[in-house]
Design a protein around this ligand. Structure first.
Ligand SMILES: Nc1ncnc2c1ncn2[C@@H]1O[C@H](COP(=O)(O)OP(=O)(O)OP(=O)(O)O)[C@@H](O)[C@H]1O
Ligand SMILES: [Mg+2]
Length: 240
């Protein structure tokens, strides 16, 4: 059985079909990349999975059970974690406090357990030396790391990453890839939206390509990248 099953989900904003009859499965321990041009509906797909939005039709199953009736907070408790494309940490709180909040509320942990977990996550994401810094003072790379740390603080089984490598230098992207590979090794299943294709290719087992809210093609990364469908959509567009 799949860990996550997205079944024929659709979402319209007024006349705009943003998600159109999308279906795919995620197996336990698997990592999937999501590719598609700006406005293709990638972030909306995450909003539908995380419970920030409800689909107009279709179903989303976790271990075979529909989660559509659950809101975002309950889906978090069921094991969904996500990063946001535009990080919005609590700027006036320290880095530690930002992660601590997730560790307390995302797991129903005691304060003591949450503190330990938050420190572990800060260590793992390379932010331990910034624990006392205000979140609002961080560099872009540190903000991306904090976004990841906040998502990890809820100990997700399924981690949704929305353009976590965007805007970073090549060297920074390399470090981030290693970090995500380590998270995978700890058994977390991952869905990663990313325009930086080489980063995706070094982590994921499969790629889903969407355009205008519809599935263009899904499957083996090399086959998807070399497909006429993907080449046509990206023709003339620099994606690497
Ligand atoms: N809450 C909303 N209300 C109305 N339209 C929306 C809303 N959210 C997204 N859209 C529209 O839906 C379409 C898909 O948006 P989405 O953010 O899912 O795209 P995306 O693939 O993540 O794009 P990008 O690569 O730029 O992040 C866009 O045309 C966007 O303007
Ligand atoms: Mg987006």
């Amino acid at each position: 059985m799949s860990l996550l099953s997205v079944k024929n989900i659709s979402k319209n904003f007024g006349a705009l079909k943003v998600t159109n009859d999308l279906s795919f499965n995620l197996k336990e321990g698997e990592a999937i990349g999501v590719l598609g041009p700006n406005g293709a509906g990638k972030t909306t797909l995450f909003n539908l999975i995380s419970g920030d939005l409800k689909p107009d039709s279709g179903d989303i199953l976790l271990n075979g059970n529909s989660i559509l009736s659950l809101g975002a907070a309950d889906r978090c408790l069921e094991g969904f974690g996500r990063t946001y494309q535009v990080p919005h940490p609590f700027e006036g709180m320290s880095v530690f406090e930002n992660v601590f909040v997730g560790a307390v509320y995302g797991n129903n942990h005691s304060e003591k357990e949450a503190e330990e977990l938050a420190l572990n996550v800060l260590e793992q994401t390379g932010l331990i030396n910034k624990a006392e810094a205000l979140a609002g003072s961080l560099s872009l790379l540190e903000r991306k790391r904090l976004e990841l740390a906040k998502a990890l603080s809820t100990q997700p089984k399924i981690l949704l990453l929305d353009e976590i490598a965007g805007g970073l230098t090549e060297h920074e992207v390399h470090d981030l890839i290693e970090l995500i590979q380590n998270i995978r090794k700890n058994g977390v299943s991952i869905i990663w939206i990313e325009h930086i294709v080489h980063a995706l290719l070094s982590v994921v087992d499969r790629i889903i390509a969407i355009n205008f809210g519809e599935m263009l093609i899904q499957g083996d990364p090399q086959i998807v990248m070399n497909s006429p469908e993907v080449k046509e959509v990206y023709m003339g567009i620099e994606i690497e």
